[in-house]
Design a protein around this ligand. Structure first.
Ligand SMILES: C[S@@+](CC[C@H](N)C(=O)[O-])C[C@H]1O[C@@H](n2cnc3c(N)ncnc32)[C@H](O)[C@@H]1O
Length: 226
């Protein structure tokens, strides 16, 4: 049995029962191994860009005797994963920009049979921007604490319909309307970053359009916090 810490457990909880999982950027393969050992999923492809992390994954797979259920694969993003390999695709522990690039490079993920489970370490707004702009609906959005830090995880499925969203919705997603402790911590962390950026623009006479965009985001978040 592998006990996942809150960040990966949040992602694992979003995986659908019985799905075959592709875990991109797997490193130790803890997430697919935990899901297989718990009986939630039958099999997985555990992929990573580098050999070192794949050796870590091999160690986890061997020590848990699940060699017959995990395929290890050297792959840049989804390049060496085929559309028939998985039902649920997990990309966790990478920056939001890289996650969006990996998805952009794999047009085949735009299909309603897949569920994407994405855990950006930073720039989650870039992940939402990709999802909203490419016909995905965000079905789950959870925030959790691990080792004193706050993390977000998103689940999404392709619907093909592209709806417009405010900058605050792209920045905060459904967390905008939530006020539990983790949601507040997440909002405050991002608000701090946005406020600092706005102050820098004000101090150095920056782009007026960008200032207005940031002011509008701050206003919308504060409105939800009242
Ligand atoms: C911080 S680890 C995350 C490990 C695990 N997914 C987690 O969330 O704990 C990031 C992993 O992503 C891998 N990686 C980075 N860029 C990648 C890419 N383009 N394709 C596949 N894996 C990548 C790295 O080699 C590294 O093992």
């Amino acid at each position: 049995m592998i006990r996942l810490k809150p960040r990966l457990k949040t992602a694992a909880d979003m995986v659908r029962d019985g799905s075959r999982v592709a875990d991109i950027g797997t490193d130790h393969a803890y997430l697919p191994a935990a899901l297989i050992l718990s009986g939630k999923i039958p099999s997985a492809v555990a992929a990573d860009l580098r050999k070192g992390p794949l050796e870590n994954a091999l160690e986890t797979v061997r020590s848990n005797h699940i060699e017959d259920r995990v395929q290890l694969r050297l792959s840049d993003g989804l390049k060496c994963v085929s559309p028939d390999d998985a039902d649920d695709i997990v990309i966790a522990g990478m920056g939001g920009i890289l996650i969006s690039e990996i998805l952009t490079a794999a047009e085949w993920v735009k299909n309603e049979k897949y569920k994407l489970i994405l855990q950006p370490q930073s720039h989650d707004e870039d992940v939402r921007r990709y999802l909203f702009g490419n016909g995905f609906e965000i079905t789950d959005e959870e925030v959790c604490f691990e080792d004193g830090k706050v993390y977000i995880c998103l689940g999404a499925v392709y619907t093909g319909s592209v709806a417009s969203h405010s900058e605050a919705e792209i920045m905060f997603g459904s967390i905008l309307s939530r006020n539990d402790e983790a949601a507040e911590a997440f909002k405050n962390k991002k608000l701090k970053r946005i406020t600092a950026r706005l102050s820098a623009l004000n101090a150095h006479g920056g782009d007026e359009g960008e200032k207005e965009r940031l002011e509008a985001i701050i206003k919308e978040v504060k409105k939800w916090q009242e």
